[in-house]
Every structure is written in C-alpha cells, then in structure tokens.
Ligand binder design. Structure first.
Ligand SMILES: Nc1ncnc2c1ncn2[C@@H]1O[C@H](COP(=O)(O)OP(=O)(O)OP(=O)(O)O)[C@@H](O)[C@H]1O
Ligand SMILES: [Mg+2]
Length: 254
C-alpha cells in the first residue's frame, strides 16, 4: 500500500532543461515540466510562448535541442510520434487532422485500421464500427451521423471525435492543443467534461488553452510559459486567474 502511494506521487513524465531552437528562434529555453498520474495540467502563455513546441516535443514531433525526458523515472528518447504512442502518449492537434470526406469509424481508426483474415490485408470494418460505438458510449460522446462524412459534424462534435479516438490506444497521457478554441459555450462544456472523464478513467491530460475560465474549470495544476521560459507552475488551489494572467503577460507589462 505504502509503495503504491509512493509510486503515484512520482511524475509519470518529467522534462528537464528542455530547450528548442528553430535556427535563431529560441522557442523554449531550459524548461522543466512534470506530469503526475491522473493529473490535468493546463499549459498557458501568450501567442508564441512555446506551448505547442513543448507538447510537440513530448509527442515526438520535434526533438529538443537540449534537455532530457524521463518516463516513469526512466530516461527515454522520443524520436517520433510512434515512439510517443508506444509510451502511451497521444496528442490531439490544434489542427484536428480529421479526413472530412470519411465517416466517423474511418476517422477513429485513421492509420491504425484493424485487419482480418489470414492474409491480414482486409480492413475489419465491423470491428471498427463496434469499437467506435463502444468508445463513444463510454466517453458519453453523442454523434448524430456515424456513417456520414465528418464534414457534416459540428466543431464540437469533431473535437469530441478527435479526442475520443485517442482513447482505445491505451493512452496514459493525452495532450490537447487548444481543444475549445473554436467552440461555443455548450460545446466547450462538453469537451471540458470529456477531459474530466479521461482523468476519471486514469489518464493524465495536458491541455493548452487561452481561456482562463476553462483552465480553472478543469486543471489541477497550471504551468505558464513566457518567451519560451517557464515562469509559473502553480497548483490551482494555490493561485488565482489574476495571478496567472500576470505571469502570462509579465509583471513589467502591467
Ligand atoms: N517549425 C517551426 N519553425 C520555426 N519556428 C517555429 C516553428 N514552430 C514554432 N516556431 C516558433 O517558436 C515560437 C513558439 O511557437 P509555438 O507554436 O510553440 O507557440 P504557442 O505558445 O503554441 O503559440 P500560440 O498560442 O499562438 O499557438 C514562436 O516564435 C514560433 O514562431
Ligand atoms: Mg500553439
């Protein structure tokens, strides 16, 4: 029992001294970043602060220029999205990457279609539909047109689909880059509920948002980037929206 408590008080993911340079642009400078089991971490900061760059490093899209990554205490190298997925790290991008002309099950399994038959060359469409329906139900996601192209779905429904489809792959850490940016009040609420449900199911979530209300609604901890540096790392219970906004813009700007 003791050991278990000890284990869950350790970060599942730790970044240490991470810098990322794009030519002369220092997108990140010496950033430490931790994610604990079943924790929702909000990553905030102004445009260009380095938020997307940081999560892309975690998701294996970018390699850091400097620094180290530890997964469950072990040093790891994440060279590709495939490496990240093997660790249980899944990302939902700012640009959703759905195929508009294909239906919900096809988008759910994009690039990871189950196959059937001895040759393993036939896509198991039936399994795709069944798994999609089951996962959507588990997550409480309601989509009206399962078999129509996803272009007929609303922004919120697409976002729910983009989030829901990372679930069946055993993701331990789910990253969302501005999941509510394009959504109305009701649809945002649904996505925030979905984030909380993922946590209930045992996932950790890293969520990027510019919306303080959304951040304070779901986050356990809030990490602030400014000009590529980490300038704040606060438990929600120990900070206020006012303080976070000050950290985002910098005291000298006020
Ligand atoms: N592939 C790239 N090549 C060159 N520069 C880049 C690249 N990606 C990001 N940058 C630069 O790195 C800095 C951080 O960008 P990043 O996209 O991480 O910011 P962000 O915090 O996600 O901003 P936003 O809130 O606008 O999405 C910016 O100055 C950006 O122009
Ligand atoms: Mg961004």
């Amino acid at each position: 029992m003791e050991a278990k408590v000890f284990a869950s008080s350790q970060p599942i993911l730790s970044l240490r001294g991470i810098s990322k340079y794009f030519g002369g642009v220092h997108a990140l400078e010496d950033v430490d970043f931790d994610v604990y089991p079943q924790e929702i971490v909000a990553l905030v900061g102004d445009n260009g602060a380095g938020k997307s760059t940081l999560v892309k490093i975690i998701a294996g899209v970018h390699r850091p220029t400097k620094g180290h990554i530890f997964f469950q205490g072990q040093p790891v190298e994440i060279h590709s999205p495939h490496d990240a997925q093997a660790l249980g790290i899944e990302i939902v991008y700012q640009e959703l990457a759905l195929i508009e002309t294909r239906d919900v099950p096809a988008n759910f399994f994009l690039g990871r279609e189950p196959v059937k038959g001895r040759l393993g060359i036939f896509v198991d469409r039936r399994k795709m539909v069944e798994d999609t329906v089951r996962t959507l139900r588990e997550l409480g996601i309601e989509l009206p047109y399962l078999r129509s192209p996803v272009r007929y779905l609303s922004g919120g429904q697409r976002q729910a689909l983009a989030i829901g489809r990372v679930m069946p792959w055993g993701g331990k850490i789910i990253i969302m880059d501005e999941p509510t940016a394009a959504l109305g009040v009701k649809e945002s609420r649904r996505v925030l509920d979905l984030i909380l449900r993922l946590k209930e199911k045992g996932c950790s979530v890293i969520v990027i948002s510019h919306n303080m209300r959304h951040v304070f609604n779901v986050a356990d901890r809030i990490v602030v980037l400014r000009g590529g540096r980490k300038v704040g790392d606060k438990k929600k219970s120990e900070t206020t929206p006012d303080e976070i906004v000050k950290l985002i813009v910098g005291a000298d700007m006020l």
